[in-house]
Ligand binder design. Structure first.
Ligand SMILES: [Zn+2]
Ligand SMILES: [Zn+2]
Length: 242
């Protein structure tokens, strides 16, 4: 399987990542990608950048080193209502948005019922294109409901290579990812492969994601980022403007 665009990466702006936009783009080009999404942590993540960083994104060139850059964010889901930490107006100006659960930022109840409700609600947001690392067992979720609602709302579910690392800090990710992919197969829900790179060398490296897709015999047509064009036309915000 060839992945043309990595949909999840962080720069120095996130506060716990180590490269500039230019360094990330250069590495993505060196590794043969056609595109890279830069998705720095939105404002409620401790240590990340100020809201002005996202408000000024229009000035960043969308081509560098011959590849296309999608400038976006990884939002924090803050409660069961599926609220996130950037406004709809600002989100409408970005190229891509992931919404994820992070321990320091989620203020809701962490029962399976409430987490599932939070995801279901955030997927109704027309500017939330992708759910980031839903395999994190610290946030238990009903994968059947998640895959069904993702399909219904046109939201992509992420297979996050960093989550699946044996030394990773998220919980039960392999098992959860398998359950998620089984439900995605059943409902015809599309997924994306994201590295969640916090350093340039991790870009486009998907050993664990590939392994799990192979294990569950996941259909390639349901992987949205096997081509840059396919990914772009699979983003909720792009489909809306057509
Ligand atoms: Zn991070
Ligand atoms: Zn995350």
């Amino acid at each position: 399987m060839n992945i043309e665009i990595d949909t999840h990466s962080h720069t120095l702006a996130s506060g716990h990542a180590y490269n500039t936009i230019r360094e990330m783009a250069s590495m993505a080009a060196d590794k043969g990608l056609k595109g890279l999404a830069i998705t720095d942590h939105a404002v409620q993540m401790p240590g990340t950048c100020h809201i002005y960083y996202f408000q000024n994104m229009r000035i960043v060139p969308r081509r560098m080193y011959g590849i296309e850059l999608l400038m976006g964010t990884e939002l924090n889901i803050v409660n069961e209502a599926g609220e996130v930490d950037l406004s709809q107006e600002l989100l409408s100006e970005l190229d891509i948005a992931i919404a994820s659960m992070h321990l320091p930022c989620y203020k809701g109840e962490r029962s399976k019922e409430m987490i599932t409700q939070a995801y279901t609600n955030v997927m109704k947001n027309e500017y939330v294109d992708i759910i980031g690392h839903p395999d994190d067992g610290r946030f238990p979720v009903d994968f059947e409901v998640l895959a069904r609602e993702a399909k219904r709302t046109g939201t992509l579910l992420e297979v996050n290579n960093s989550s699946l690392r044996p030394e990773g800090f998220r919980m039960n990710t392999m098992e959860n990812c398998r359950s998620m992919l089984a439900e995605c197969k059943k409902y015809g829900t599309m997924v994306v492969l994201g590295t969640d790179s916090h350093i340039d060398v991790d870009i486009a490296e998907y050993p664990y994601a590939y392994q799990i897709l192979e294990e569950v015999d996941f259909p390639e047509e349901l992987v949205a980022n096997t081509s840059l064009e396919k990914l772009k036309t699979s983003l909720k915000r792009m489909r809306k403007t057509k």
